[in-house]
Design a protein around this ligand. Structure first.
Ligand code: SF4
Length: 367
């Protein structure tokens, strides 16, 4: 049996990560895994757990993609107008949001200029809000539609105020898994290329993993290895977000093995250990896991609970019953229930220097 004490000596704050054999062995020793993840979390993040006040805006649900895990895409969907987007940003800013997370389906003819226009419109009215927008898939799509290179597309987006990117569309960065679940999406090499180019141009991003469908533990470890390699080269990932697959209303749900609570807890802990010390912010998604399980993950190496979201549409379409929004008070409550200290952060993990805003009556419009 691997002892946590010997491993914690091996994995000090600055040391490189453990090799695959040790990670596989830890997976089968949950208590040791739990203790090591908690120890590494404490040594890198202390007792504090962060969150961001943000709003998701999905500007369209029309998409030319065909991902089998997607319940969000609709044939007769919507496209938000400029006025609707600005209205949503205004509501978010009134509630203290520091970030707008802007993503959408892949509209067939949308080119780089259209995406830049979305950013320009928001920035011209709300200059202080951080624009966290467009996945590597969206960047790939716009560059292809415009007939320009990835670097040029990213430079244009940056000039229009893009502050950082969601590292979504990563799913599992192993091509045989991508073939099975999202064959039309960009491959793992392309995903790595877009995200690395963004980092090298000074556009940081999150990193994510969609797990709990057809992938194996080996695939998950390969995915984490891809992220480690990118981070070693660019240093551009701000965090790692685990996104458990939600099986409702999508074809992949029928052929997937759903994760149970222990799988969720172990996966968060394993990510903490495997990504240490390169990515030190490990986020649990309350909207995917539910509040109770997300809170439990705080004991298993997690130091961030993501955002208030205000208007979550993607998980809700797939059957999540967690609602579209958590107030800062509700997030703080989860954190404090687990004996940790809550703090509000910016998208880029700087502390926000103000008392945490209280939402008494948010009055958000339906998304
Ligand atoms: S996951 Fe995104 S790219 Fe894939 S079908 Fe859904 S909206 Fe389109």
């Amino acid at each position: 049996m691997i002892s946590c004490e010997s491993l914690s000596k091996e994995v000090s704050i600055d040391s490189p990560g453990l090799d695959r054999e040790v990670l596989l062995a830890l997976w089968n020793q949950p208590i040791q895994l739990f203790r090591l993840a908690a120890l590494l979390c404490e040594s890198t993040c202390g007792n504090r757990v962060s969150f961001v006040i943000n709003r998701n805006i999905n500007f369209t649900n029309i998409c030319v993609g065909s991902c089998s895990f997607c319940a969000f895409r609709k044939k007769d969907g919507y496209v938000l107008s400029e006025e609707e987007i600005l209205q949503k940003v205004e509501e978010a800013e009134t509630l203290g949001a520091t970030e707008i997370c802007l993503q959408g389906g892949l509209l067939p003819d949308m080119v780089v200029e259209d995406y830049c226009l979305l950013l320009d419109v928001i920035r011209s009215h709300f200059s202080r809000i951080h624009l966290h927008a467009f996945s590597p898939m969206e960047v790939w799509h716009m560059a292809r539609n415009s007939g320009v290179g990835i670097r040029d597309a990213l430079l244009d987006l940056k000039a229009s105020g893009l502050g950082s990117m969601p590292g979504t569309a990563a799913e599992i960065l192993v091509d045989h898994v991508r073939e099975a679940i999202c064959p039309e999406k960009l491959g793992s090499m392309e995903w790595s290329y877009v995200i690395s180019e963004a980092h090298l141009l000074g556009i940081p991003s999150t990193s994510t993993m969609l797990y709990g469908h057809v992938e194996s533990l080996e695939d998950r470890l390969d995915h984490l290895e891809v992220l480690r390699r990118i981070q070693e080269r660019t240093g551009g990932f701000t965090e790692f977000v685990l996104l458990p697959f939600i099986p409702g209303n999508n074809p992949l749900g029928i052929r997937s093995k759903a994760s149970d609570l222990l799988d969720h807890l172990k996966m968060h802990a394993l990510s903490r250990v495997a990504l240490h010390p390169l990515i030190t912010n490990i986020q649990a998604s309350w909207v995917k896991l539910g509040r109770e399980a997300a809170g439990a993950c705080l004991e298993w190496g997690v130091n961030d609970l993501g955002g208030t979201l205000m208007e979550e549409n993607i998980s809700r379409s797939a059957g999540s019953l967690e609602g579209q929004c958590l107030s800062p008070e509700q997030i703080c409550e989860i954190i404090e229930e687990h004996g940790r200290v809550a703090f509000e952060r910016t998208t880029l993990y700087q502390p926000v220097e103000r008392p945490i805003p209280i939402w008494r009556e948010p009055h958000l419009r339906e998304g």
